[in-house]
Write a protein that binds this ligand. Structure first.
Ligand SMILES: NC(=O)c1ccc[n+]([C@@H]2O[C@H](COP(=O)([O-])OP(=O)(O)OC[C@H]3O[C@@H](n4cnc5c(N)ncnc54)[C@H](OP(=O)(O)O)[C@@H]3O)[C@@H](O)[C@H]2O)c1
Length: 263
């Protein structure tokens, strides 16, 4: 059950489907026969994607929601479940970042980031897990980040939200793996999506900019990881080497991170 090898008739919820990674993944799932629930705030973009998926012979429904509001997150999950007649795959992907010194961040803005990046994912997984456990069939995907593994300066609240997702996913995975539910956590490096503004690209350390990869390469890796029953995926793969360096030589890693991000 851990391996997800076909998406035909799979009932899938994708959050953050109006842009970037979520949009590209939803497109792929739709092409491969999944029945989709698309969640984000921008309803027009979701409707456009729904049209595209349906034109290709697939099926999709739109659930516009502001995931900063936990009640809207739960309501979107419940409506999608009712409409699809159950959910087999939840991709908790919606999220946003921001570059600023921690001391300059506003508390309300940091709270909002945590609610979108972490609390909404927790709430949607918590809402949909009982159905998955009852059917002894389900997959939860959490879109974390390399920043959750190797926190960098100027993105403290973002890194914290992604680290929280990693911990949540790992603990839940251990609880449910004997009951037919599989958890995959994805840690992207730098993916070419609207996540980064032009100013972000300019400010980004050269080493990170050079490592940027197209979104479809990540989608391919996610599909592959689900088919293999993997629990964690870092893309591009070689970045995962840095986790080992951090574990074995934390002082060295600390200096590297500081040098490459703060100069
Ligand atoms: N791109 C990267 O290099 C990278 C690296 C590591 C991790 N990630 C993670 O990957 C995920 C997707 O990022 P992306 O690169 O695809 O960025 P993106 O193109 O900016 O897409 C972000 C998605 O999240 C949705 N979202 C943001 N705030 C929301 C809210 N309050 N309520 C509902 N939906 C909301 C957006 O939809 P609306 O604006 O329509 O609401 C959009 O669909 C994020 O969690 C991000 O942290 C990305």
């Amino acid at each position: 059950m851990a391996r997800l090898t076909t998406f035909r008739d799979l009932r899938a919820v994708v959050t953050g489907a109006s842009s970037g990674i979520g949009q590209a993944l939803a497109r792929r799932l739709g092409r491969e026969g999944a029945r989709l629930a698309l969640v984000a705030r921008r309803e027009e973009a979701l409707q456009q994607l729904k049209g595209e998926i349906e034109a290709g012979g697939g099926s999709a429904e739109v659930f516009a929601a502001d995931l900063a509001d936990r009640e809207q997150a739960v309501a979107a999950a419940r409506s999608a479940e009712a409409q699809l007649g159950g959910v087999d795959l939840l991709v908790n992907n919606a999220g946003f970042g921001g570059r600023r010194r921690f001391v300059e961040c506003e508390l309300d803005a940091m709270d909002r980031m945590l609610r979108v990046n972490y609390t909404a994912a927790l709430a949607m997984a918590h809402t949909l897990l009982p159905g998955m456990l009852e059917r002894r069939r389900g997959w939860l995907v959490f879109m974390s980040s390399v920043a959750g593994k190797i926190p960098t300066p100027l993105e403290a609240p973002y890194a914290a939200s992604k680290a929280a997702l990693l911990a949540l996913a790992e603990a839940v995975s251990l609880e449910v793996e004997g009951d037919g539910v599989h958890v995959l956590t994805v840690c992207p490096g730098v993916i070419e999506t609207p996540f980064f503004s032009e100013a972000d690209w300019k400010q980004m350390p050269a080493v990170a900019r050079r490592g940027a990869v197209p979104v479809d390469s990540l989608v391919d890796r996610i599909v592959h990881a689900l088919a293999r029953g993997r629990h964690e995926l870092t893309h591009p793969g070689p970045i995962a080497f840095a986790y080992r360096v951090k574990a074995l030589a934390p002082g060295f890693m600390r200096r590297q991170v500081k040098r490459t991000t703060l100069g």
